[in-house]
Design a protein. Structure first.
Ligand code: PLP
Length: 363
């Protein structure tokens, strides 16, 4: 049996008719970028996350870059970020010439809130928190610390659509909740897409201008903008999937629970969820000291796995100029050596999952 890490066509087939109708509706409408589908999706997604405004954008990376920029954070400013996040989180900072100040994660792979205060300097302007692998971070404490030091709080929710801390949606704690709708994300479109959610009208208005060449009225350019517009067809697809996102997340939770119960191997450490937090299991990430051997073993059994992420940003080639050294963030670097994401996707069958579990237990 061959098991892939991601099987995207099954979630398409699950609601195929609705996606096809949405596509035809847009194709026949004669309006393809920033129109009524985008407006409706923005309303619906703002409501889903419990926020007043949503601004649809081109990608999750744009949501991060533009949030930092719209907050006036730039050259010489520092932004605190967890060292084990995806490179895009850090690019959101460095694309604005601001400096990422890395801190170690906790045992849940999320930002270690206890490490924030010691990283604050007079130059610190914001805390950027990633709800990694789909689990909500320790948000009450993080929001409290950010508030106490008057730092902007930006949430990278690219992996956490619908995940909550203390019953409150990720993306609703900071001034900016940044989402990606890249096809592999839990709320994935069928192409690139992203959004920011916020309660701050001024901030939302600025992003709206910024995404469309810096103009509110066409050809009257108030600020130096970008092109980060959301397509109507992607917004229409997202409106379909948003109706089912809780069901889709529940399915992943059931799959995760079956892994929790089924995997019995002393060499493998299972992921944990913090009290008060929940996870939408964007990834199901195990740890193993013999990770390379395990990955090879599974490959031989035709089971695909992925590593999120093999090289932490502070050691990435592109950030060599930041001058970080190996050994500076031991926990982050250990995770990079030991984490392995095993298959979890919409429509994964019992037979497929039991096969994966059996092989993991045999290793
Ligand atoms: C996917 C992802 C992004 C970037 O989103 P794109 O839509 O691909 O630009 C940012 N941060 C995290 C944590 C991600 O997983």
């Amino acid at each position: 049996m061959q098991i892939k890490c991601n099987v995207l066509d099954r979630q398409f087939r699950l609601h195929q008719k609705e996606y096809e109708e949405a596509a035809l509706r847009v194709l026949r409408s004669g309006w393809y970028v920033l129109g009524t589908e985008v407006e409706k999706f923005e309303e619906e997604f703002a409501a889903y996350t419990g926020r007043k405004y949503c601004v649809g954008l081109n990608s999750g990376l744009d949501a991060l870059i533009m949030s930092v920029r719209a907050l006036g954070i730039g050259e010489g400013d520092e932004v605190i970020v967890q060292a084990n996040t995806y490179i895009a989180t850090v690019l959101g900072i460095t694309e604005n010439k601001a400096v990422p100040v890395f801190i170690e994660p906790d045992e849940y792979f999320n930002m270690d809130a206890q490490k924030i205060e010691q990283a604050i300097t007079p130059k610190t302007k914001a805390v950027m928190v990633t709800h990694l692998y789909g689990q909500a971070s320790n948000m009450n404490l993080i929001a409290e610390i950010a508030g106490k030091h008057q730092l902007a709080l930006i949430e990278d929710c690219a992996q956490s659509h619908g995940a909550c801390f203390d019953g409150r949606m990720t993306g609703s704690f900071g001034i900016s909740g940044c989402f990606s709708f890249y096809p592999t994300k839990n709320l994935g479109a069928f192409g690139d897409a992203g959004a920011v959610v916020t309660d701050n009208k001024e901030f939302a208005d600025k992003l709206r201008m910024m995404r469309n060449y810096g103009s509110r009225v066409r050809y009257y350019n108030e600020i130096e903008g970008l092109n980060s517009r959301l397509d109507e067809i992607q917004a229409a697809f997202l409106r379909v999937k948003l109706k089912y996102i809780d069901e889709l997340n529940d399915e992943r939770r059931r799959l995760a629970a079956a892994y929790d119960i089924g995997i019995r191997n002393d060499k493998i450490i299972l992921p944990k969820v913090r009290d008060g937090a929940n996870s939408i299991y964007h990834q199901y990430v195990i740890c193993c000291r013999e990770r390379e051997e395990l990955q090879k073993f599974l490959q031989e059994k035709d089971i695909q796995t992925q590593i999120h992420y093999p090289i932490p940003p502070h050691l990435a080639e592109c950030y060599r100029h930041l001058g970080h050294k190996k050994g500076e963030f031991p926990l982050t670097e250990r995770y990079a050596q030991e984490v392995l994401s095993i298959p979890i996707y919409t429509g994964m069958t019992d037979t497929e999952q039991q096969y994966v579990i059996a092989q993991l237990n045999e290793f």
